[in-house]
Design a protein around this ligand. Sequence first.
Ligand code: SF4
Ligand code: SF4
Length: 160
Amino acid sequence: MAYFCQQCGECCSVMGQVFSIIRQLDEFRFLFRNEYTGDTREVEVAPPLRRLFAESLIPAEWENPCPFLRRDQPLGLSFCTVHQTRPDVCREYQCWRVLVLDREGRRVARVMERRYLCLEDEGLRGKWEEFRESADGLEGEDWDRAVIGFFRGLGFRVCV
Ligand code: SF4
Ligand code: SF4
C-alpha cells in the first residue's frame, strides 16, 4: 500500500525547534528558515487554508509546533497550511513503514525506522512485549512478517 498520512499532526507538533519564520513578505507569504541547515524558503499559506491559519487555536498538547501547523477541531484533522510550498524535508518525511489500524480506522501502532514500534494502544503493551521477546532473533523481512502476523492475528488491519 502507498504511504498515506493520517493528519494527526504529531510530527509537526515539535517542529518549532527546527523551523522559524524570519520575515513576513505579505499577509500570507513568509520567509521560512530551517535552523539546523540554514536553508531558507518562501512559503505561502494555501488559499483554502487561510481562514484556518488565521483563526484556529493551537492545541495545548502541541508543545512546540511548526508555525504553519493548524488543527481543524470539528474535522479532527491537522493541516500543514503551506502544504504546496512546504520544504523538501517535509515532503520526504514518512512516519511509518507498517501501519496498524483497528476496525474503526484508528491508529494502533506504527513500525518506524528498521524495527522501532510506536505502540499507541497501551492495552496491547503486555502482548507486544511478549511477542517482541519471542521475535528477538529475527531480522529484516522475517521480523516484519512476524510483526504483521502478530497484529493480523489480533484482528487488526495492517498496511505495508
Ligand atoms: S506524517 Fe505521520 S505523524 Fe505526521 S501527521 Fe502524518 S500520520 Fe501524523
Ligand atoms: S511546513 Fe508543514 S509539513 Fe513542514 S513542519 Fe511545518 S506544518 Fe509540518
